[in-house]
Design a protein around this ligand. Structure first.
Ligand code: FES
Length: 295
């Protein structure tokens, strides 16, 4: 049973927040900041809810974990919040201001007070699930000589690296300008890495592209700060100037237009970059002047 805590002889209210998704976490944080003792109840083994499984958030496409992770850490460390995960509410009685909740905490088979999240238990676990396909099952890929001469040295360079997959993708993307499908298949087979893992990396990082890009890449930041300061209008103006839509490349391969989420310089919002060069506090009317010098 969770009962109000005692403090210096007087009873002080305690709050039970049910559900450790982002809404529950934020509610717990707000209550905890106001001085309440908060019990945050979650029936899954960890808090975070659906948002922890999302890549991006609507409508600004901000990185989901970038928003959630600081809240998770804060909730986990807040002295006024006690997270009760892997548990269910099995009874509630009382009246406003004086409820008693009965909670069934399910067995975890690890001592939660000693767990540091090191992950060694995962390595030792005798039960294995095949998450990825076996790269040896991929059919052989024959690359054109030009691509092979580029890709083979890159694979050789990063083959033994711990972060080899991402370094390989980075170098191939930088050299070829994008990540062709047959090259990804070839790399997966050669490195014995699941193809789905390479695709996961290739589609997560906006620096990578699965289609050929133009000679100049325009990135318009549509992160929250830039968006509220007019980045949406900048995007529309560039689309109008180049007669393409976001994500497209001009027919002459001069420009590729894409959006990014927060370039890390929000004080300069709205921000665009062309080939990595940053243009700060951009006004709509400046767009032609910015793009003209790029041949
Ligand atoms: S939101 Fe654009 S730089 Fe941060």
């Amino acid at each position: 049973m969770i009962a109000p805590r005692e403090e210096k002889g007087a009873q002080v209210g305690a709050v039970l927040v049910i559900g450790g998704g982002v809404a529950g976490i934020q509610a717990a944080l707000d209550l905890a900041e106001s001085g309440q003792k908060v019990y945050l109840l979650e029936n899954r083994p960890a808090i975070g809810g659906h948002m922890a499984r999302l890549d991006k958030t609507y409508p600004t496409n901000d990185c989901s974990m970038c928003i959630l992770a600081p809240k998770l850490v804060e909730a986990g460390r807040h002295l006024n919040i006690e997270v009760i995960a892997h548990a269910d509410l099995i009874g509630l009685e009382g009246e406003p201001g004086r409820f008693k909740a009965a909670i069934n905490r399910r067995a975890r088979y690890v001592d939660g007070t000693k767990c540091t999240g090191c992950g060694l238990c995962v390595e030792q676990c005798p039960v294995q699930y095949a998450i990825y396909e076996d790269p040896k099952d991929l059919p052989p890929v024959v690359l054109e000589a030009r691509d092979k001469n580029i890709v083979d040295p890159i694979l050789a360079k990063h083959r033994t690296d711990q972060n080899g997959a991402i370094l390989v993708l980075k170098d191939i993307n930088a050299t070829l300008g994008y990540l062709p499908e047959n090259v990804l298949r070839y790399a997966a087979r050669e490195l014995e890495i699941p193809l789905s893992l390479l695709y996961r990396l290739a589609t997560f990082y906006s620096a990578f592209s699965l289609v050929p890009r133009g000679r100049h890449v325009i990135s318009v930041c549509l992160g929250t700060t830039c968006y509220v300061r007019g980045a949406g209008k900048l995007m529309s103006r560039i689309e109008q100037e180049l007669e393409i839509q976001e994500g497209q490349t001009t027919p002459d391969m001069r420009f590729t237009l894409r959006s990014v989420r927060c370039l890390g310089c929000c004080s300069l919002a709205p921000v665009i970059t062309v080939d990595g060069e940053t243009y700060a506090k951009v006004a709509e009317k400046e767009i032609p002047k910015i793009l003209d010098p790029y041949e």
